[in-house]
Write a new protein. Structure first.
Lengths: 186, 541
């Protein structure tokens, strides 16, 4: 075989290699991207380390609260609850106790999920003490959906930087509440 | 196997490694090859299948692995088995919305159902491993096609007219006879049968229907497009299939529009056929069943003008009104809203009346809106009813006297009513099925009159940018299939030197080709062509 022939063969070999490598790499990349999209699709639950979704809700007293405004100078504890959920009913007085001991550097927002005012006031009237922290009304459940809340109660601590620093998906004990306050104010 | 270029002993042509029949003259040069396997050899015209050459890098090894037909078939088999498993129990998107999938499968299908759920088969078609299998199938199709298609294309494009005598003898249809007086008229006759004629000295190559050989490759291009289209469904913004559940009068955000668009259910209508509508309905109507003629949701479509903060009330501007009926969706942008179903199982309101001890109704009935109940109802001038407590799904009476609800959904409502006439008041607990006096010796009774249900429409939100790919893929797939099935690639080699030699090859339907050739041969006064398969049959007998 002469020099020219060999060069032609090498050229062919090179195009062939480029073709093979690029096809294998492309398909691997596409499979990777597809699997990644698939695993990350749908509403992901907000987890510790995520940025908290900003929201604006009306409270039972008729005030407008917005998360981004609250965290300007305070840590925030979000407590998602419903009157029909027994552990939610049980932890409310404990949260109130901690809150009334002083809440200069944090705020508790109890986000009620989708219930009407009659149900909430009926529940509050059955408590031995008035709740001092605001109760935000999420009638359309849009905030609940944005945070993809699963079981109730779910409590989330957000620090001043707007980052979720703690999350618990079951009833809070007195110690848990203190831990949440500590995380939110750190 | 020899892994270097091979020089043909007969004509001196240099062939790439792995070649089985000399590209120039068609003489068998790969002596290791089983000489009886004519068909296999001719499938790729004896050219070197790329992967049968020596692997070098890791990419070559991967490539060669996927060019294997055995690997391809295994992948297809794996996908088939997996797809079949996915149909044993319903997939997760077919089970009722809101139920816990683990419990649902356990309850309905027992331990097998639970196993099905734990193994992730309830979301089989979007599982990572199913996606990877499909990706590997794509790689296998592409690699195998390139590996076989390109050498085949080259060898068909560069084929020579002159072939070695051994090549003639190896073909299934073969004739060796005395040279006829007029070769030209014979060639003309073939030419009339739409054969393309090439001539080199005393050798001829007659060919038609070469496209047939590319059918499988066209087919594969279609398949790749199909796989590409179905892959795009997983890309954000390419494919949407969601449900909206809307009570009459409710306004909701349209899912996946990031709060930009809202829709209000103004009215949901079910129309039925009447006797006057035609003879065809008579029988069904006489059997007493309702025949629905129309499901319709009258909607108002809004755009949200406010910057969207979750939970804040939107600033809606009315854009359009429309009546969505079955097969008449509302379209906006690339979205379509279809009528999917309706639901009237949710309680909306309950109506009661007040009775005195002797059973006479007092004043007007009063209606409680269960979504947002009022607490006071004036029944008559001096009698009013206070709703002291309400539980949508009554569970028990708590220690502090309030009613406890099991869920927030009004499925088993219970109320504590206080009837007062200005001076005295009495309490009673009322459930749908029974009522209990709380205070003793009550003078008044509250009776359940009726309930009203919510009428909710269920709409499907659809968006699909993958349809053009999938449709084109299918069309190309079908074109490839028909090209491969209905066109025959027929070639006839003729050598008219001292004696006359004719050999013929087709990729399918030898019977038809034999008939075509014999017709021409006969009209030119030649004997019929020999078929090796017929000879074999005779030998067996």
């Amino acid at each position: 075989m002469n020099q020219n022939d060999r060069q032609v063969t090498n050229m062919k070999g090179r195009t062939r290699n480029i073709l093979r490598v690029s096809i294998i790499v492309t398909i691997t990349l596409l499979i990777g991207i597809t699997v990644w999209f698939n695993l990350t699709s749908g509403t992901q639950a907000v987890e510790v380390g995520d940025e908290a979704v900003d929201f604006r809700l009306t409270t039972l007293e008729g005030e407008e609260i917005q998360l981004s405004e609250l965290i300007e100078d305070k840590g925030v504890i979000l407590n998602f609850w419903g009157t029909w959920c027994p552990p939610c009913r049980e932890e409310m007085p404990d949260m109130n106790d901690v809150y009334t001991d002083g809440h200069e550097d944090y705020e508790i927002v109890a986000v009620n999920i989708g219930e009407n005012e009659q149900q909430i006031t009926q529940f509050l009237s059955g408590l031995s003490a008035d709740l001092e922290f605001p109760i935000a009304l999420d009638r359309s459940r849009s905030v609940t959906e944005a945070y993809n809340i699963g079981p109730l109660p779910t409590t989330i601590a957000v620090n001043k930087e707007g980052i979720v620093v703690k999350k618990q998906e079951y009833q809070l004990t007195h110690e848990d509440i203190l831990a949440f306050v500590e995380e939110a104010t750190e | 196997m020899e892994l270097k270029e091979m020089k043909c002993e007969s004509c001196g042509h240099i062939n790439p490694p792995g070649t089985q029949l000399c590209q120039s003259c068609g003489k068998m040069i790969d002596s290791d090859y089983d000489q009886n396997k004519i068909k296999d050899l001719m499938r790729y015209d004896g050219s070197a299948i790329r992967s049968k050459t020596k692997p070098k890098s890791i990419f070559d090894k991967i490539w060669i692995f996927f060019t294997s037909v055995r690997v391809g078939v295994s992948i297809i088999l794996a996908i088939t088995v997996a797809a079949a498993i996915g149909t044993i129990f319903p997939q997760e998107y077919y089970i009722p919305i809101g139920v816990d999938p683990g419990e649902h499968y356990q309850e309905n299908y027992g331990t097998l159902g639970y196993l099905y759920y734990s193994l992730g088969f309830h979301n089989l078609y979007s599982s990572w491993w199913f996606l990877i299998l499909n990706g590997l199938l794509a790689l296998s199709i592409i690699a195998a096609s390139i590996d076989r298609g390109i050498p085949l294309f080259k060898s068909l494009k560069n084929q020579r007219v002159k072939k070695h005598d051994s090549f003639f003898r190896r073909q299934r249809l073969f004739l060796n006879t005395e040279r006829p007086a007029n070769t030209d008229s014979l060639i003309d006759a073939f030419s009339k049968k739409r054969y393309k004629v090439r001539k080199d000295g005393n050798s001829y190559l007659l060919e038609k229907g070469r496209l047939s050989r590319y059918g499988p490759y066209i087919n594969h291009i279609g398949l790749i497009l199909l796989l590409f289209g179905s892959m795009l469904r997983f890309f954000p913004g390419m494919y949407v299939d969601e449900l909206i559940y809307l009570n009459e009068g409710e306004t909701e955000e349209i899912p996946t529009t990031q709060g930009q668009y809202y829709i209000k259910n103004e009215r949901f209508v079910i129309d039925t056929y009447e006797k006057e509508d035609g003879e065809v309905f008579q029988q069904a109507l006489s059997e007493g069943s309702d025949l629905v003629s129309n499901f319709q949701t009258d909607i108002t479509f809004y755009e949200n003008n406010s910057a969207d903060i979750v939970g804040s009330s939107p600033d809606l501007e009315e854009i359009d009104e429309y009546s969505i009926r079955v097969n008449h969706p509302f379209s906006f942008g690339s979205y379509e809203l279809y009528q999917s179903s309706y639901d009237n199982s949710q309680l909306k309101a309950m109506t009661f009346r007040v009775e005195d001890a002797s059973g006479n109704t007092i004043g007007d009935n009063f209606t409680i809106n269960l979504d947002d109940p009022d607490s006071q109802f004036a029944v008559s001038e001096d009698i009013s009813v206070n709703m002291r407590a309400y539980s949508p799904d009554f569970l028990e009476v708590a220690d502090n006297g309030t009613l406890v609800s099991a869920t927030p959904v009004p499925t088993n409502p219970a109320f504590v009513f206080e009837v007062t006439n200005g001076q005295e008041s009495e309490l009673s607990l009322l459930q749908i099925m029974n009522s209990t006096d709380i205070t003793e010796n009550n003078e008044y009774n509250i009776r359940f009159v009726g309930a009203e249900e919510h009428i909710a429409t269920v709409l499907t939100v659809k968006k699909d940018h993958t349809i053009p790919f999938i449709a084109t893929g299918f069309i190309i797939f079908l074109i490839g299939l028909s090209v491969g099935s209905y066109i025959n690639h027929r070639r006839i080699w003729i050598k008219a030197d001292d004696d006359f030699m004719l050999a013929a090859h087709t990729n399918k339907n030898y019977f038809g080709m034999k008939r075509e050739i014999n017709e021409v041969l006969e009209s030119n006064g030649l004997e019929a062509v020999n078929d090796k398969l017929d000879d074999e049959d005779k030998n067996k007998e």
